[in-house]
Design a protein around this ligand. Structure first.
Ligand SMILES: Cc1ncc(COP(=O)(O)O)c(C=O)c1O
Length: 358
């Protein structure tokens, strides 16, 4: 068997979920489990949170149906709403709350014949300009939806664009936009993603929507997951499968771009970009071997990558290699690659087996 797996620590997910709840006492939680629970496995994460979560948030009806099959009682929120008119009846049958984020969705909902009315979350475009009604349009739609037979609860939600940057002026402006609509009658309100859960109590409302924090990564550039008290849920574990000596002046890997500046020991690791490890990880990006950092040498290949073991003389074939996880924050690798932990976690490919620790 190829020595590569993602170790998923479900106790860490539960710890992080409990932490989110403690940040927003008395509020309910939609645990965001879209994109296969950010790569961690939606079935296992929903099962791990079965007795703790009030609800789950997903990106598609297919994801919602998968969650419903595992949890009969949880509230489920379809974050982008329905993509086709026929989905409203399916959502009603599955008892899934739907976001209504635009005119086309609102009209399709009002034209639907449903087996039961739906809980609807009207989405305010409070400044991100991705999805949602502006405040005036939302005020105009509110009475139509509030009176509609298709609607059970009418709720309000919005999403922050910059809550990952502390004290960003747009966050305050978005919060004000949201608060400015609360003279309207809504049964429930929801605004806070992970960053706002941890730093913006005024945005907690009735339901928080933490995603990345559940998986133990940070939404902030300047605050690490460990500083926040989060526990990493995924470790990407590979192995050294070959070791060789390379003379000074010899190159390593595709493109021959990495050249040994001294006589070097090069280790080859059983993970590559087809597993989701970023191909653009630069030379020097760390991996953990025997508790120590070894820098990447040469370009990441499809199934393999190479590390410089010159300063780790005791390392040898068969040694475990942690590419990110408990000893090396995924956020650090993401930063080295010009991206965010979200992308690395969600991009671990299906061929990487997930092993679960509960
Ligand atoms: C609408 C919405 N709410 C909540 C979240 C969770 O955000 P985070 O993972 O930053 O907590 C997302 C994630 O992208 C989202 O799109």
């Amino acid at each position: 068997m190829r020595p590569l797996f993602a170790q998923i620590d479900l106790a860490a997910v539960r710890h992080n979920h409990a932490f989110a709840k403690r940040c927003a006492p008395g509020r309910q939680v939609f645990a965001v489990v879209k994109a296969n629970a950010y790569g961690h496995g939606v079935r296992e994460v929903v099962t791990a949170l079965h007795d703790e979560a009030d609800g789950f948030a997903v990106a598609s009806l297919e994801e919602g149906a998968e969650v419903r099959a595992m949890h009969d009682g949880a509230r489920i929120l379809l974050l982008e709403g329905c993509f086709e008119a026929g989905e409203y009846a399916v959502a009603a049958r599955l008892r899934i709350d739907v976001v209504v984020q635009g005119v086309e969705q609102a009209e399709a909902l009002l034209a639907s014949r449903l087996p039961a009315p739906l809980n609807v979350w009207l989405k305010l475009d409070s400044g991100m300009h991705r999805l949602g009604f502006d405040a005036d349009a939302l005020r105009a739609w509110h009475p139509r939806l509030a009176q509609a037979d298709q609607v059970a609860e009418l709720n309000l939600m919005s999403h922050f664009a910059c809550s990952d940057e502390r004290n960003h002026p747009l966050t305050e402006a978005q919060l004000e936009q949201f608060l400015g609509l609360l003279d309207l009658d809504f049964a429930q309100r929801s605004l806070a993603n992970s960053a706002a859960v941890m730093t913006l109590p005024a945005a907690h409302m009735d339901w928080i929507r933490p995603g990345i924090m559940l998986y133990g990564a940070t939404p902030f550039a300047e605050l690490s997951a460990a500083e926040l008290g989060l526990k990493p849920a995924m470790s990407l574990n590979a192995q050294l499968i070959a070791v060789r000596d390379v003379a000074a002046g010899e190159s390593v890997g595709y493109g021959a771009g990495w050249v040994a500046a001294r006589p070097s020991r090069i280790g080859t690791v059983s993970c590559g970009y087809a597993d989701g490890y970023p191909r653009n990880a630069p030379a020097g990006t760390p991996a953990i071997i025997r508790g120590q950092r070894a820098p990447l040498a040469g370009r990441v290949c499809m199934d393999l990558l190479m590390v410089d073991l010159t300063d780790l003389p005791e390392a040898g074939v068969g040694d475990a290699v942690e590419l990110w996880g408990a000893q090396l924050p995924v956020d650090e690798i993401a930063l080295a690659c010009g991206t965010v932990g979200y992308e690395l976690l969600t991009k671990v490919t299906a061929r990487v087996p997930r092993r679960y620790r509960s």
